[in-house]
Design a protein around this ligand. Structure first.
Ligand SMILES: [Zn+2]
Length: 137
């Protein structure tokens, strides 16, 4: 009698399936893509759509790792929420490049931070009032 005979059917099939998948992945590494790879691919595709791996603002193109996909209207968080997650949102923009181009742009980390600070100043709820000392500037 095989050693697994005491296991319940579902238990057995789960274990068998996990083992099968492990072996399958080992034998077919070309079909195994990690989530991080998928995200990287998605980002690369989106960067290509938005004009390549170059900061729209200052032209920085030395290192793709600091390039960020920025929402021109700063509605990134709301947008991601409306899609039910940022990966779904990026998938949508990759399949709808025309919409992506109107809503997104490529910025390097520096320009993105500067933009956020500038717009915070611009959108500041204390606009018109005297600003407190010690914020941003
Ligand atoms: Zn830049």
């Amino acid at each position: 009698m095989p050693p697994h005979y005491k296991l319940k059917d579902t238990e057995y099939s789960q274990k068998y399936f996990a083992k099968y998948m492990r072996e399958y992945r080992k034998k077919n590494p070309q079909y195994v893509k990690k989530d991080s790879d998928k995200r990287r691919d998605m980002r690369k595709k989106l960067l290509d759509i938005l004009g390549g791996t170059k900061c729209t603002h200052c032209g920085f193109d030395k290192d793709i790792r600091v390039l960020q996909i920025d929402h021109k209207d700063n509605e990134g968080a709301e947008d991601a929420r409306s899609f039910g997650g940022s990966s779904k949102m990026y998938r949508y923009y990759v399949t709808n490049p025309e919409i992506a181009k109107t809503k997104l742009q490529v910025l390097c980390a520096n320009c993105n931070i500067i933009k956020q600070h500038d717009e915070k100043t611009w959108k500041s709820p204390t606009k018109g009032k005297k600003r407190k000392k010690g914020i941003w500037y």
